[in-house]
Each structure stands twice: as C-alpha cells, then as structure tokens.
Design a protein around this ligand. Structure first.
Ligand code: COA
Length: 342
C-alpha cells in the first residue's frame, strides 16, 4: 500500500523580459548599489500584458507533464498556489487545467502567499495518501508585477514573475522524492505585514491609488521571516532525526539574499549549501521554491539522493518547512544545450 506522495517530475517557466536595477532607478528613487546590497537582486522577471498567471502556470505545467511518467496522463488534480490569480473568481487552476487539456480534474487554488507551494505540497500529499487523487499537478505561479505599485520603492525592487510545476504520484515513504512531514504554521495577528487592501469583500473598491497594490512592512517582514523559517526548519529536522550537517541543500523561499544567508547561519548550514536563485529574477513568491528546485535540477546541482531542506515565510504571516531526499528525475535539458535559461 502506498504511504507517501513522491515527486515524479518538475519544470518551470520564466518570462523572458527583465527589469534591471538601473532601469528601475530611472523611474523610482533608488540605485543599483542600494538594491544589490540590501537584496542581492540585479534584475526581476516581468511577464507581458498577454501573460497572466495562468499562462505562466500552463507553460510550467506543460514542461512538468512532458517529463512525467506516462506524460502525466493520470493527473486528476490541479492545484495552483498563487497570490496573483488571473481574476477573483474562478480560481486560476481550472483555467490552467483547461489550457493543458486536462479534463475532469479537481481544481483549486491555494492562497498562502510565499508559503503557498509548501501548503500545496502538504495538500497534494494528503490527497494522494488518502487515495483521493491518483496524481497531482502542483503549480506555484505568480505575476507579482500586477500587484506592485509602480512608485513603491519598498516592493518594486523585490518581486518578479514566474511559475514552476511538479507532478506528484503515489509511492513509498522510503523512496527518494517522498514528501514527509510538512510543518506549516502562521501568526494571523501579523496579517498586515504584507497585504493588498482593496478588491476583496472588506473593501471592494480602492479608496486610494495604492489600495489595489501590495503594501509591505519590509523591515518587520525580514525579522519574522528569519525567525520563523529558522524555527520551522529546526522542527522538521528534529522530526526526521536529522541535523544541519545532514543537509546537502537549503532551498529557502527566495525572499532576499540577506535573509537566505541569515537563515543558513542560524541553522549552522554552510553558506555554500544555501541556494541563491534570485539574482536575475527577484522574489517570485509562491513560485520561488519550485523555480529554484527546477533550475537546480537543470543545472545539475540536484542529481538525486541529496537531502534538501525547503522552507518559506510569507504574508499571513505564514510559514512552512519540509525535508526530503531528492529523486533522480528526467531532465531533458541536462543532455541538450538548449532550454530555458541557457
Ligand atoms: N532605494 C533606496 N533607498 C530605499 C529604498 C530603495 N528601494 N527603499 C527604502 N529605502 C530607504 C528608506 O527610505 C530608508 O531611508 P532613511 O533611513 O533615510 O529613512 C532606508 O532606505 C532604510 O529603509 P528600510 O525600509 O528600513 O530598509 P531595509 O534595510 O529594511 O531594506 C527591504 C528594505 C525591503 C529591502 C528589506 O526590509 C527587506 O528585504 N525586507 C524583506 C522583504 C521581503 O523579503 N519580503 C518578502 C518576504 S515573503
């Protein structure tokens, strides 16, 4: 009997366009030097007007399905983790399922901001181990440029657009790629750390031009992100009877390079084992962890057998962590010179 969900395939899609720090500095009061030293970001990915979240998600989903066992023919659930759905209703997942030609699938979104992909992993694993789903396509997809107030220098430099998708199917706890315990938590009292005021039932219409866009208390977010990701990682390591020394790769939500460094230091994971995958794309929120994993797989950083620690912190204030042994996956781009990001 199956007792775990296992990772079968992964893929990602990043829009081609980038807004560099210098370009940003031409329209807001900032500088390349300020952004690089505070965040580690040099450019952020920007989807076009004709590329809503569902388009990015569908492209990532198609890549993952193309690498999945049987082309993912048995996928019966599509979950999209996103803070930037195409529209308020319906969810983005049914649009993605339809665009991928997946009929009669269960579809829903998860809105847990940057923690969304980890909440999605826990959900997908529950659906599979309970027998409610044969295979799940889990997508993290964001078009944060759609909720960034163009003149806001606290958020404009940070966020980018992108998507990544994973196919999960039934397997065994001892198998590489098995999803074990996902530690999830939140402190709802801190919901105002990062929020979009209007467009919901509390305030349908904007009273101020900034209301439809993200407001973020950057400094407080930074502090809570470091503390919560560290604590959550320590819990999952303890649950799995592992220590920081067992970790081959720390893939934290790509919020900001300084946050990544600090979490690694707090955990006593050597800095070279903390993946940094935001320099050319920025923070892609719910997409950042799977994009980082997919790019690490394509670059040969992940080959199979590595102990990978995943952790995230996001609006809500929510957080999550899990640790897993990376599986050997089919990655066509390893054997060709062409493909995304080459
Ligand atoms: N360019 C230049 N100066 C800027 C600026 C920008 N883009 N943004 C803010 N500043 C200025 C401020 O006005 C302030 O000036 P002052 O000291 O004269 O008042 C100074 O820089 C410090 O501002 P502060 O907001 O305290 O900066 P910070 O060191 O906290 O860095 C962030 C700001 C946003 C980079 C940082 O807080 C951060 O990365 N937070 C985490 C955000 C994040 O990762 N969110 C996603 C989590 S899911």
């Amino acid at each position: 009997m199956t007792d775990a969900a296992v990772i079968d395939a992964i893929g990602h899609h990043l829009p081609e366009a980038r807004e560099t720090n210098d370009e940003l500095a031409r329209r807001i009061d900032t500088s390349d030097e300020w952004i690089r030293t505070r965040t580690g970001i040099r450019a952020r990915s920007r989807a076009g007007d004709d590329e809503p979240t569902s388009v990015l998600a569908t492209r990532a989903g198609r890549e993952a399905l193309g690498r999945a066992t049987n082309g993912g023919a048995d996928v019966d659930t599509v979950i999209v983790a996103t803070t930037t759905p195409d529209m308020k209703c319906p969810a983005t997942a049914p649009v993605v399922a339809s665009d991928l030609g997946l009929e009669n699938t269960a579809t829903f979104d998860i809105n847990s901001a940057c923690t969304g992909f980890l909440a999605g992993l826990a959900t997908a694993a529950g659906l599979i181990t309970s027998g409610n789903s044969r295979a799940v396509l889990l997508v993290g997809a964001e078009k944060y440029s759609s909720i960034i107030y163009p003149q806001d220098r606290g958020t404009s430099p940070i966020f980018g657009d992108g998507a990544a998708a994973m196919v999960l199917r039934p397997g065994y706890r001892q198998q590489a790629g098995a999803i074990g315990r996902v530690h999830l938590g939140s402190d709802g009292r801190l919901w105002a750390l990062a929020h979009v005021l209007s467009g919901g039932s509390a305030q349908p219409l904007a009273a101020d031009p900034h209301d439809p866009f993200l407001r973020m208390d950057g400094r407080a977010t930074y502090r809570h992100a470091v503390a919560r990701m560290t604590d959550s990682c320590q819990r999952v390591l303890k649950d799995e009877s592992l220590t920081a020394e067992d970790v081959d790769l720390l893939v934290a939500h790509q919020a900001n390079a300084r946050i990544l460094t600090e979490v690694a230091r707090e955990l006593e994971v050597p800095a070279e084992k903390a993946l940094v995958d935001l320099t050319d794309i920025g923070n892609t929120a719910a997409a950042s962890i799977p994009v980082a994993l997919s790019r690490a797989q394509e670059a040969g950083v992940l080959r199979g057998g590595e102990t990978v620690l995943l952790t995230a912190f996001g609006a809500g204030a929510s957080w999550g962590s899990t640790v897993l042994r990376w599986p050997e996956l089919t990655s066509p781009n390893l054997t060709t010179t062409e493909g995304p990001n080459r």
